[in-house]
Design a binder for this molecule. Structure first.
Ligand code: FAM
Length: 428
C-alpha cells in the first residue's frame, strides 16, 4: 500500500474512533439553533457540517490539523495534500514516493486539449479548467469500480485513485489553459524532475520568471489549499460527491462555485481595483485621496474586493503571509504599494460604513495575492482564479476522500416556503 493510502487508512481509523466517542457522548446533543434570519441569510453561522481536513477560526484563521498558517506556509503543496488527507506531514521517503506517483499520472489525454482548443477564443480560463476536468470524467476509477459493485467501506480507495489522477494532471492542465488562452498555444512538456508547483511554473513559461516567482507560486498553492467545509466551492463539491457522483463531477462543480466574484474571482476583481487606482491616482496616492476613492466605490453600491469574510473576524493570516513575501521580494512594485496602502485605510472605513453592518472589515487572502502575481509577470488576471482552483482542488479531494472513508451519507437539508414559515412560526 502506498504511504498516502496507508496514512489515510490510519487517519480514518482515528477519525472514526472520535466519531464513535462523539456519538456515545450524545448523538442528539444540540450544536446550533437556526433562526429565520439564518434560513434567509445564507445559513451564516449555522454549525451543520463536519469537515476534518481544516478548520477556520474567526480569530486565528486557517488551521490544518494541528498547524496554523504560520506553521505550514513554508511547505510544498504535496506535503499539504498529505497533511489534509492523513492529518500528518509525510516523511521524506513518503513524500518522494508520492511525488513519483503523481509524475507517473501527469499525462493529460489528447482529447482534453481538443476540447479546450475548440472553445471560443474568449472563454474564461475557469470555464476551461472546470470543463477540462469534467471532460476526463470517463476516466473515473470510482465510477468504473462502482459499476462493477464495490463495498461502501472501500469507496474512499477509488475516490483516492481519482484524486491522484486529477491532482497529477492539474499543473499540466492549468499551464496548458494559460498557453492556449493567453500564449501561442504551444504547450511546454511536464518535467518529472520538478515538484508539483515547480512544474506549473515551468509549463506556464512566463518570460523573465525568476526564482522568486517559483517561490511565490509554491506559497500561493499552499495558502489556497482548503478553508474548511462550508465555503461555496468546498460545500458544492462535497454535496455533489455525497450523491456518489465521482470526483471529476465534484471537482468541476466546486470550481464552478469558486468562479464567482464573491468567492474565488475576488482576486481578479481585486487586482482590477488596484490597477484602476494606479492608473487614476498612481502608487503615490495619499491616504486622504485613497479614503475618498474607497468611499466613492462604496457609495456607488459596490463592495471593496479582498475585504470581508463570512467566518474570519481578523486580518486573514494568509494575507499576512503574502504581505511578508511582498515586503521581502517586491516592496517597490506599484501594485504591492497600493495593496499595502489600502490595508492601512480600508478596515477603518468599513468598520464605520453601513452602521457597522460589515461583519469583518479586514483583508482576506485576495487583497494581496493578485498584486504579487502581477508584479512577477503573470499579468492576465482572468487567470488568477485558475491558480486558486489548482490549489483548492487539494481541499476538495481530501474532504471527499475522508467523507467517503467515514461513510458520510448524501447531504440533504430541508427547505421550507414562505407560506410554511408564515403558517408554522409566529412571524405574522
Ligand atoms: N465591501 C463592502 N461591503 C461589504 C464588504 C466589502 N468588502 N464585505 C461585506 N460587505 C457588506 C455585505 O455586502 C452586506 O451588505 P448587504 O447586507 O447590504 O448585502 C453586509 O456588509 C454584511 O455582510 P457580511 O455579513 O459582513 O459578509 P458576508 O458573510 O455576507 O459576505 C463576503 C462575505 C466575503 C462575500 C463579503 O465580505 C464580500 O463581498 N467581500 C468582497 C468580496 C471578496 O473579497 N470575496 C472574497 C472572499 C474570500 F474569502 C474568498 O472566497 N476568496
Amino acid at each position: 500500500m502506498s504511504s498516502i493510502k496507508e496514512g489515510i487508512h490510519d487517519h480514518l481509523i482515528e477519525l472514526q474512533e472520535e466519531i464513535d466517542c462523539i456519538f456515545t457522548a450524545g448523538r442528539n446533543t444540540k450544536v446550533s439553533e437556526v433562526n429565520i434570519g439564518q434560513i434567509y441569510g445564507g445559513m451564516r453561522g449555522v454549525v451543520a457540517l463536519a469537515c476534518n481536513t481544516s478548520y477556520v477560526d474567526p480569530y486565528s484563521g486557517l488551521h490544518i490539523g494541528d498547524y496554523t498558517t504560520d506553521n505550514f506556509s513554508h511547505k510544498l503543496p504535496e506535503e499539504i495534500f498529505f497533511l489534509l488527507s492523513t492529518g500528518k506531514f509525510p516523511e521524506a521517503e513518503s513524500l518522494a514516493e508520492f511525488q513519483n506517483d503523481l509524475n507517473q499520472r501527469a499525462q493529460v489525454p489528447q482529447y482534453v486539449w481538443d476540447v479546450l482548443r475548440n472553445l471560443p477564443r474568449d472563454t474564461h480560463p475557469m470555464t476551461m479548467l472546470s470543463l477540462g476536468i469534467l471532460s476526463m470524467e470517463n476516466e473515473s476509477v470510482f465510477k468504473r469500480e462502482y459499476q462493477k459493485g464495490i463495498e461502501k467501506r472501500n469507496y474512499w480507495k477509488y475516490t483516492l485513485e481519482d484524486a491522484l489522477n486529477i491532482l497529477a494532471k492539474l499543473p499540466s492542465l492549468a499551464a496548458g489553459i494559460y498557453r492556449i488562452r493567453f500564449g501561442n498555444g504551444v504547450l511546454i512538456a511536464h518535467d518529472s524532475k520538478l515538484d508539483w508547483s515547480g512544474n506549473l511554473v515551468h509549463m506556464l513559461g512566463i518570460p523573465d520568471g525568476d526564482k522568486s516567482f517559483a517561490d511565490l507560486m509554491r506559497l500561493y498553492l499552499v495558502l489556497h489549499c482548503d478553508h474548511e467545509g462550508g465555503n461555496v466551492s468546498a460545500f458544492t463539491s462535497r454535496v455533489v460527491n455525497s450523491a456518489l457522483s465521482d470526483l471529476y463531477y465534484a471537482v468541476s462543480a466546486g470550481l464552478n462555485g469558486l468562479a464567482g466574484p464573491l468567492h474565488g474571482l475576488a482576486n481578479q476583481e481585486c487586482l482590477q481595483f488596484i490597477l484602476k487606482i494606479d492608473e487614476q491616482l498612481s502608487d503615490q496616492v495619499s491616504e486622504e485621496e485613497l479614503k475618498a476613492y474607497v468611499l466613492d466605490v462604496l457609495d456607488s453600491g459596490k463592495v471593496i474586493p479582498g475585504y470581508g469574510h463570512a467566518v474570519l473576524r481578523v486580518t486573514d493570516p494568509r494575507f499576512t503571509a503574502f504581505m511578508k513575501f511582498g515586503e521581502e521580494n517586491c516592496s517597490n512594485s506599484s501594485c504591492f504599494k497600493i495593496a499595502k496602502k489600502l490595508f492601512s485605510v480600508v478596515p477603518d472605513i468599513l468598520k464605520n460604513y453601513k452602521e457597522g453592518k460589515i461583519a469583518n472589515p479586514y483583508p482576506n487572502v485576495d487583497a494581496m495575492s493578485g498584486s504579487l502575481l502581477h508584479h512577477f509577470g503573470l499579468k492576465q488576471f482572468d487567470y488568477y482564479t485558475v491558480l486558486f482552483g489548482v490549489s483548492r482542488v487539494m481541499g476538495f479531494c481530501a474532504q471527499n476522500i475522508l467523507a467517503q472513508g467515514l461513510g458520510q451519507p448524501i447531504i440533504r437539508p430541508k427547505s421550507v416556503t414562505n407560506k410554511w414559515v408564515l403558517e408554522n412560526l409566529a412571524v405574522k
